[in-house]
Design a protein around this ligand. Structure first.
Ligand code: SAH
Ligand code: SF4
Length: 405
């Protein structure tokens, strides 16, 4: 403690502005109801600090300092934010919190995949999955608790939508994974050349484009240069095809795009991905053609889950390449990941290989996604929270999807 702290003399900023006496400012909120600083946009954080009594002329600098502590250093305890005065830290501590979702369980697969079950406000649970690979480490994050959509092959689709995640809860998944991987830079040490979390995919629970603002604000934080500073080209937003939001995503979020196509005729897609009845394949592909910055280095990923006898014929493969002709694209073939009670089966490997060959011959890279974390039900489309396992009734499914029952 410095003598100045002891006497609580007014602090002077470099510009000569008298600081309010943060030690005696009134307590703003009741214990346990402190607003979380995580997930606020930069403007939001700036406004919150002013509201809490920070002089306007200093708020820009305080915002930058807090931003760095929270997102660059992973610090959540205000008392460790040593470039802020002691009284200011005490005021922050009385007024705000820097909170992450609570980690309920944490499973590690035999292949190194890690799944986090997180508890969020209201007692709901969501999952995030970290997938280490040779050349990258990908964090798969959730955007909603459950999903309003009802794709027949997806475990999340059997869980009712409970609510959208807040930006804090989306960003919180990154914070939790970084904590677990011990990936916060140490002061005075050069950060390692390789990042453990080098990529983010919005492929967990929920439809990101039905939580547009939450996802946008969270990804802005993930991309901010003073924080995690992930390139927008290392983030992929996957959508089942919420066509009217795709141009907005291009303009306001700017990440790469993945489309859950999964079928080559409207007839089959109407069944597998029921949102297709609202926005059919032609509309979806038109929105893709218009997506900004499309190029060979910024291709759209078309995801295609391989379902035995449903969408895996040679004719499907040929139709697929015809459909996407002219769009800078790669095709991601996902062997169906089974879950308890699923009606579909995974296509045989020979079938998947034959399908991939046709796609490859047409000039598309078509990596077959190796199922990861299967032993802990962490693979794509298997996420579903333990507390909300009640299966939807047929009527609920129809109603939520806006379809006739
Ligand atoms: N709601 C978004 C993002 C989450 S799902 C979307 O649908 O795109 C992420 C990906 O996993 C999607 O391509 C989805 O179709 C796929 N998927 C869902 N269930 C699956 C399963 N059981 N096996 C393989 N992929 C699945
Ligand atoms: Fe929802 Fe995506 Fe699952 Fe479809 S595949 S039910 S959109 S999470």
């Amino acid at each position: 403690m410095t003598p100045r702290d002891e006497k609580r003399a007014p602090e002077r900023s470099p510009a000569g502005v008298i600081q309010p006496d943060f030690a005696t400012l009134p307590r703003k909120v009741a214990e346990g109801a402190r607003p979380n600083l995580v997930g606020l946009t930069r403007d939001g954080l700036h406004a919150a600090l002013i509201e809490a009594g920070t002089p306007e002329r200093q708020a820009g600098m305080r915002t930058a300092q807090l931003w760095q502590w929270i997102y660059q250093r992973g610090v959540s305890d205000f008392s460790q934010m040593t470039n802020l005065s002691k009284d200011y830290r005490a005021m922050l501590d009385r007024t705000f919190e820097v909170a992450r979702p609570q980690v309920v369980t944490h499973q590690v697969s035999a292949d190194g995949t890690r799944k986090y079950l997180l508890r969020i406000a209201g007692g709901h649970e969501v999952e995030a999955v970290y997938i280490p690979e040779e050349d990258r480490g990908t964090l798969c994050v959730s955007s909603q608790v459950g999903c309003t959509l009802t794709c027949t092959f997806c475990h999340t689709g059997t869980q009712k939508l409970v609510r959208n995640l807040t930006p804090a809860e989306i960003v919180g998944q990154i914070l939790v994974a970084r904590d677990d991987l011990d990936e916060w830079p140490v002061a005075g040490q050069r950060p390692p050349d390789r990042r453990l979390i080098s990529n983010i995919v919005l492929m967990g629970m929920g439809e990101p484009l039905y939580n547009f603002e939450g996802v946008r604000d969270a990804m802005k934080i993930a991309m901010d240069n003073e924080g995690f500073s992930l390139s927008r080209r290392r983030i992929t937003l996957s959508t089942s095809g919420v066509v009217p939001e795709i141009p907005r995503a291009g303009a306001e979020i700017g990440t790469l795009l993945a489309i859950s196509l999964h079928a080559t005729t409207d007839e089959v897609r109407n069944e597998l991905v029921p949102i297709n009845r609202k926005w059919p394949i032609a509309d979806l592909l038109e929105a893709c053609r218009q997506y900004p910055r499309l190029s060979n280095s910024e291709r759209i990923t078309f995801e295609y889950v391989m379902l035995k006898g449903v969408n895996d014929s040679d004719a499907d493969a040929k139709r697929l390449v015809k459909l996407i002709a002219g769009i800078p694209a790669k095709i991601n073939l996902i062997p169906f990941n089974p879950w308890p009670g699923a009606v579909h089966e995974r296509s045989d490997w020979e079938r998947i290989e034959k399908f991939a060959e046709i796609v490859n011959r047409a000039g598309y890279a078509s990596p077959v996604r190796t199922p990861r974390g299967e032993d802990i039900l962490a693979a794509c489309g298997q996420l579903k929270s333990a507390t909300e396992r009640a299966r939807k009734t047929r009527a609920q499914i129809a109603e939520e999807a806006g379809l006739p029952g």
